[in-house]
Design a protein around this ligand. Structure first.
Ligand code: GTP
Ligand code: MG
Length: 215
């Protein structure tokens, strides 16, 4: 059974005024268009289609809130970097993202990066956007099922080399479950109000998250 059996869609917000009350704890899923944010949410919650996924980039256009338990929420963000999103709409996202960032409830950001594409400038901008003191950043190198073991290991090394030391990183696949358990543990820690400093009790992010995706 899902670790979050009560998970339910809460609301879609087109403006900050529609955000739920800033109470409890919130964890956001961010990343480029089509990186696999909505799929990661469904996989981590073990729910087939709670968050809407699509082959067409730019599917998630509103800020979607899900409630996992009272005062525990996930936030599915629109992806960035998709050129065909109208400029007017993109401009609307900036204040929306800013309104999310300043919320007391925001404790963690899962940054979804397509393992085949690697960490882009916009991803680093997102890490800078998240306040690293108050808000943890954990990178899921998604779609790891599309890589060979060697390619996946290389993608993980490259990501570690380009990410700031404040971010932790792991391989992930919503399709075959690579890294699922670790991702669930990160979410669980954040939802309990704890920081995630890596698995295995190790302190440095460079060696903390598992590299093999064996779980
Ligand atoms: N093979 C594979 N495909 C995946 C994985 N995760 C997502 N996908 C596919 O990638 C596409 C985009 O997935 P979404 O979860 O909708 O991505 P998103 O980041 O939410 O996209 P936007 O909301 O449009 O920004 C879909 O066709 C998914 O089926 C994965 O782990 N492995
Ligand atoms: Mg989406």
């Amino acid at each position: 059974m899902s670790r979050f059996p009560q998970a339910r869609f809460l609301l879609s917000a087109a403006a900050a005024a529609q955000f739920p009350d800033d109470r409890g704890i919130e964890v956001a899923f961010a990343g480029r268009s089509n990186a696999g944010k909505s799929s990661a949410i469904n996989a981590i919650l073990e729910r087939r289609a709670l968050a809407r996924t699509s082959k067409t980039p730019g599917q998630t256009r509103l800020v979607n809130f899900f409630e996992l338990a009272p005062e525990r929420r996930l936030v599915d963000l629109p992806g960035y970097g998709y050129a065909r999103v109208p400029e007017a709409e993109r401009r609307r996202w900036i204040p929306l993202l800013e309104s999310l960032r300043v919320r007391e409830a925001l404790r963690g950001v899962f940054l979804i990066v397509d393992a085949r594409r690697g960490v882009a400038e916009a991803d680093n901008a997102l890490i800078a956007w998240a306040d690293p003191v108050r808000c943890g950043v954990h990178v899921l190198l998604s779609k790891a099922d599309k890589l060979t073991r060697n390619e996946a290991a290389a993608a993980l090394r490259a990501a570690r080399a380009s990410l700031p030391s404040t971010a932790t990183v792991q391989l992930f696949s919503a399709v075959n479950g690579t890294g699922l358990e670790t991702a669930q543990r990160v979410l669980g820690a954040w939802l309990e109000g704890k920081a995630w400093e890596g698995s295995g009790g190790e302190k440095t992010p460079a060696t903390s998250s598992e590299a093999t995706g064996a779980d």
